[in-house]
Design a protein around this ligand. Structure first.
Ligand SMILES: NC(=O)c1ccc[n+]([C@@H]2O[C@H](COP(=O)([O-])OP(=O)(O)OC[C@H]3O[C@@H](n4cnc5c(N)ncnc54)[C@H](OP(=O)(O)O)[C@@H]3O)[C@@H](O)[C@H]2O)c1
Length: 320
């Protein structure tokens, strides 16, 4: 697969979000299936894997997902880039560095590794970002992390952090139907050599064209029940975008999910999406978006089409 750089870290141009093996999209697979799915992705050329300490069934407990990722990748650790995330809460500690380091040591243990490649703060809490950035800088100097990032943040926070310890990547929600980051965040990242890692790049499945107003989401631990973009009304409202994608996908002998990923790869040089799936075949389908090349004319036409539709609903920021 083609490669891209997130600052100075080289990754496959499509990564893999591992969350759904533990949380967020209904029933989780057997651990052996998840491990095999991750290893298959690696064999297919994927070298960028995204997890977080909180990804556990129903977000109860810590580290379910990191343990799976650690087991799956331990034999190829030196050939892959692993990103994980932590939450911080000011109420629980006084020393930011020691607290982050304690979280990191837990992740290292579960991931069966001596370093994390990209360590993200999962959400801004009450700790000033400068303190987090300084602590991340120390961890980089100690060799415990190669780089660091922030998730779901605005330009002001990114800029304050960047001035203390330059960021490797920003991970925000971004897809054809969630384009707020285009205005100033992605341009800022390009200007400052920061990678941009879109989460939910297929809009939680909407842009695959497989979700209809009749789709029943699962009852347990399935974020699609509350993602506003996936309410019946909004699925219906967004159908013209999905139909347009289906049409272009057919013309290009690709799938709608692949077109939605190829579009962002064409649009920005610093973008590396991390689509999530708990299905082995769809994981490979998504990775193969790297082979779907849009011409400049096709890209311009896609942009024109996208700009002509109203988008109904946001994904919402409650998910992790
Ligand atoms: N930083 C944050 O706060 C944050 C928040 C959310 C997610 N994330 C990260 O981003 C990753 C991706 O986000 P996400 O999983 O929320 O959203 P996503 O990748 O946009 O969509 C995942 C959903 O789409 C379906 N899907 C994926 N590929 C498909 C395909 N080719 N055809 C049909 N359906 C397809 C999946 O179903 P199946 O499983 O059935 O294929 C799943 O229901 C996560 O794994 C996680 O690592 C980070």
């Amino acid at each position: 697969m083609k490669k891209r750089k997130l600052k100075d870290i080289e990754v496959s141009e499509v990564g893999m979000g591992c969350m759904a093996f533990s949380h967020g999209y209904g029933k989780i697979p057997e651990e052996s299936y998840s491990i095999e799915a991750i290893r298959n992705a690696y064999k297919h050329g994927c070298t960028f894997f995204d997890t977080a300490e909180v990804y556990s069934p129903n977000l109860a407990g810590i580290g379910h997902n990191e343990k799976i990722v650690g087991k799956a990748l331990k034999d190829v650790r030196d050939d892959v880039v692993i990103a994980t995330k932590l939450f911080l809460d000011r109420g629980l500690f006084s020393d930011t560095y020691r607290s982050i380091r304690r979280h990191l040591e837990g992740s290292l243990d579960r991931l069966k590794t001596d370093h994390v490649d990209i360590y993200y703060l999962h959400r801004m809490g009450s700790v000033p970002v400068e303190e987090v950035a300084e602590a991340m800088g120390r961890l980089i100097d100690e060799g415990l992390i190669k780089g660091w990032g922030l998730s779901q943040v605005d330009v002001d926070i990114i800029d304050r952090a960047q001035k203390v310890t330059p960021l490797t990547a920003v991970q925000n929600i971004y897809s054809m139907v969630e384009r707020d980051s285009e205005e100033s965040i992605i341009p800022y990242c390009i200007e400052h050599d920061i990678g941009f890692v879109p989460f939910s790049p297929i809009a939680s499945g909407l842009l695959s064209g497989k979700i209809t107003v009749d789709t029943q989401f699962e009852r347990n631990d399935d974020v699609r029940n509350w993602v506003p973009q996936l309410s019946r009304r909004n699925i219906e409202g967004n159908q013209p975008i999905v139909e347009m994608l289906k049409r272009i996908a057919e013309e290009k002998n690709a799938t709608p999910a692949q077109i939605s990923l190829a579009w962002m790869l064409h649009k920005y040089p610093n973008v590396v999406p991390i689509p999530g799936s708990k299905n082995k075949e769809r994981i490979i389908e998504n990775l193969n978006a790297s082979q779907v090349v849009l011409s400049d004319e096709e890209f311009v036409m896609l942009e024109r089409e996208l700009n002509s539709y109203k988008v109904y609903g946001h994904r919402g920021l409650g998910g992790f």
